[in-house]
Design a protein around this ligand. Sequence first.
Ligand SMILES: NC(=O)c1ccc[n+]([C@@H]2O[C@H](COP(=O)([O-])OP(=O)(O)OC[C@H]3O[C@@H](n4cnc5c(N)ncnc54)[C@H](OP(=O)(O)O)[C@@H]3O)[C@@H](O)[C@H]2O)c1
Length: 236
Amino acid sequence: MRAIIIGATSGIGEGLAKKMLAEGWQVGVTGRRIELLEAMAATAPDRVFAERMDVTDPVAAEAGLAALIERMGGADMIVVSSGIGRLNKALETGPELETIDVNVVGFTHMALAAIRHFEGAGAGHLVIISSIASRRGDGAAPAYNASKAYQASYAQGLRKRVARKGLPITVTDVQPGFVDTAIVQGKVFWLQPVEKAVDQIWAGMQARRSRVTVTKRWRFVAWAMQRAPERLWHKV
Ligand SMILES: NC(=O)c1ccc[n+]([C@@H]2O[C@H](COP(=O)([O-])OP(=O)(O)OC[C@H]3O[C@@H](n4cnc5c(N)ncnc54)[C@H](OP(=O)(O)O)[C@@H]3O)[C@@H](O)[C@H]2O)c1
């Protein structure tokens, strides 16, 4: 089986790449830090395919994805894990727009390229890593939560599209709580180790679930985030 992971240089994407390698998959890995991808490729040169990619350069990123699919002779699964998050208490415009550039515009280009590939092939599995942040807007990084809500809704839309076409294509929306990666800034609670999150994400992916919220305790937080009265939500 062959998977491509967009945003595999670190964190959840890197963890998933390693997990899938251990499970015997061929893995295409992308991101801007090519040296990290090449180091991973050196560990299994016949099964890891590295491609430098910046999703904010959509023409090059789409060409890179197409080249990677060709090098691997196809892709059964594409994971979009690329993403940024910037705490923006001063509410500056720059970080908000950068977040939209990667998490909305870049994401859309990659999700579209993936779903077009699967529709052409007649089957496949698109996995997106959104967040429990998708469940409710937040003041510390408004664009981040909004971008994650966009991703979750986009996944829903693609899922409906392929269902109506009767295609055996799965779209899985992964919604983690805090995971111990570079994206997490400041003091947070219930930080889950990457390996623990990856194991649970992998189980949900294998079960071809529509939505995977990790870990279990974060499922409760996500549920509460959606239902808390506004006055309470504004206090946390
Ligand atoms: N950690 C958490 O608590 C948490 C919780 C919920 C959801 N998530 C989501 O999980 C996903 C992965 O994040 P992470 O936690 O694993 O953090 P991370 O270690 O910072 O990983 C982010 C990945 O995105 C890639 N990326 C960023 N900008 C890119 C660009 N312009 N073009 C291509 N790739 C780009 C990075 O690669 P390069 O820098 O090499 O390009 C890196 O591989 C993100 O979408 C994040 O929002 C994380």
